[in-house]
Design a protein around this ligand. Sequence first.
Ligand code: C2E
Ligand code: MG
Ligand code: MG
Ligand code: MG
Length: 279
Amino acid sequence: FAGQGEPGAICYFNKAESESISENLKIESSLRGALENNEFSLLYQPIVNLEDAKLAGVEALLRWHNKELGSVPPDKFIPIAERNGLIVAIGRWVQQEVCRQIKCWSTQNSWALPVAINVAAAELLQPEFSTNLIQRMEADGIAPELLWVEVTEFSLASDSPTVDENLALLSKAQIRVHIDDFGTGYSSLSYLQRMPISSLKIDRSFINGLPHNNQELALTRSILSMSSDLGLATVAEGIENRQQYDFLRDSGCKMGQGFLLARPLQASEIEGLRDRSLI
Ligand code: C2E
Ligand code: MG
Ligand code: MG
Ligand code: MG
């Protein structure tokens, strides 16, 4: 296996590529035992009302700690779990854990705090996805407004009747669906008409350059005005400074999330933020 760029060498993968392939194989094999070995946990990132910077809800974010690999970020292992189908079992664990947490907050703390879960395309393609989720919520006595479902544009663009049926079931059960990373996916917006969506989460890449980058400013403004014309709520992701916060609030964005307000936290830390302004 000759070195990279050596004249006349036949090189199938460069070093970085072969390292990432073997890393992915390691992740894949360790991921298979992760549920059994209790290696997953959830953190919760505050989503605030921009008007008063108080909690409107939290987003559940998956964390994986493996003995050999250490902490592996979701952007690394979730795409792998999507490809090999493990995401379905992992997603069920997330639902179970989130329902337990919502139940705990609403019964022990009399606190009706909505929790958003991230749902991958492969999960929405399961015919029983919504039925299972609704049954679990009913069994745990969880009101539909306390669990929000985040899906990506990519899932909605799949043109699959199963996805449509799952979304219709969620809508019928009055479970709100938010479009995650809005603006990064497909260019066709026709699904906004067809699908029962209640909110758009503006991707952090649009928020980054606010309020000085003219392009990002124009894009954010048009997403906000389209969203309001369609009667949808908006959540801005990745708010990292006060200028971004003020601009978004003054432009009519209702909710926001980002490191300026809070990082993803343990459930117990969330309890300390109740009724408090996060800025
Ligand atoms: P996402 O759903 O868009 O989640 C927001 C991500 O942005 C989180 O990364 C969060 O920590 C990060 N973030 C929040 N505020 C800021 C900020 O101000 N600045 C910056 N730079 N980043 C910020 P995280 O936790 O690493 O998750 C990455 C992605 O992994 C998520 O993106 C989501 O797509 C996926 N994911 C996480 N948990 C789950 C899960 O339970 N199921 C599924 N299917 N996907 C999940
Ligand atoms: Mg999300
Ligand atoms: Mg997002
Ligand atoms: Mg994302």
